[in-house]
Design a protein around this ligand. Structure first.
Ligand code: PDD
Length: 278
């Protein structure tokens, strides 16, 4: 596949960055994952707005701005073969000639984009839903920033894999936060519940779409803090992300969620989402 590295387009296998890059040494960088359907980036503006917000919070100078990023994303999509793609975009604080925690002067960000085929959950998985485990959320207190420092997320996701599961549902101080790489919704008594945006979770682009679709279609929904016990006794649990879209979690720590099958509200939301993305 073709990637973008600091202004150049080249085959991914030929791309090289310095081991002194602060992305490598410190996990010092921001990223986005943008879904592309039929060669059209979905919710691009929103992804670029979140990128700008992360960059500002990390005090990382934005090397391109929204129009510049949009052009590079368009180019990456055009240069790769698939109709549906998942574009990965990363900006790190670049390389220095010594390892020093404080920022280099001047900062020269490293810009990297690549694309993969977007493979959304297959029909069989939509039919059964996926299994998840619960875990204590031990991440830092700026989970609202989309940074490449994902060690905690990787450890937490691996806990799911170790149990033959697809996702880890995270709880902090008795409340639902999100998944290791997704946002989490629940349904109780026909009402869609979502945790409120805060420093404890990523403001998902898919999360926003789901709430917009609920609003548009008159689906009862509420954004409020959700107790761990409410998750464990929910009628439905869903995970949402740019690559998983809306996917039912049908067992949590080995116990069935509701009927143990994807529920009617989640099926309806999935259908609205499919309709909306096209
Ligand atoms: N992950 N929460 C976390 C911790 C995430 O990593 C993600 C996405 C989401 C969902 O956000 P969105 O709807 O904007 O994709 C929530 C991406 C897909 C990843 O790291 O691959």
């Amino acid at each position: 596949s073709i990637c973008h590295l600091d202004g150049r387009y080249l085959p991914l296998r030929e791309a090289r960055v310095s081991p002194m890059d602060r992305g490598f040494l410190f996990g010092d960088g921001a990223y986005e994952v943008i879904p592309v359907y039929s060669r059209r980036p979905f919710r691009l503006e929103e992804h670029l707005a979140r990128l700008a917000r992360t960059l500002a919070a990390l005090r990382l100078p934005d090397p391109h701005g929204a129009a510049g990023w949009a052009e590079i994303v368009r180019e990456i999509v055009a240069r790769n073969a698939w109709e549906d793609q998942s574009v990965y975009l990363q900006v790190t604080r670049g390389a220095d000639d010594k390892r020093s925690h404080a920022f280099p002067v001047p900062i020269r960000p490293t810009v990297f984009l690549m694309s993969e085929e977007l493979v959304t959950p297959p029909a069989a998985q939509l039919e059964t839903g996926v299994a998840a485990v619960g875990a204590a959320d031990f991440r830092w207190l700026r989970c609202d920033l989309k940074t490449v420092a994902l060690l905690a997320n990787c450890l937490l996701r691996q806990q799911a894999v170790d149990h033959g599961c697809a996702e880890t549902v995270l709880f902090r101080d008795g409340f639902l936060t999100e998944g290791s790489a997704s946002n989490i919704f629940i349904v109780r008594d026909g009402v869609v519940l979502a945790p409120p945006k805060s420093h404890l979770m990523l403001p998902g682009i898919t999360y926003d779409v789901v709430l917009e679709l609920a609003e548009r279609h008159g689906q009862p929904h509420q954004v409020r803090e959700i107790l761990e016990d409410e998750v464990r006794s929910a009628d439905e649990i869903w995970m949402t992300s740019s690559t998983k879209e809306v996917l039912a979690i049908t067992t949590l720590d080995g116990r069935p969620v509701g009927s143990g099958r994807p529920g009617p509200v989640g099926r309806q939301m999935y259908a609205w989402y499919q309709d909306f993305k096209n």
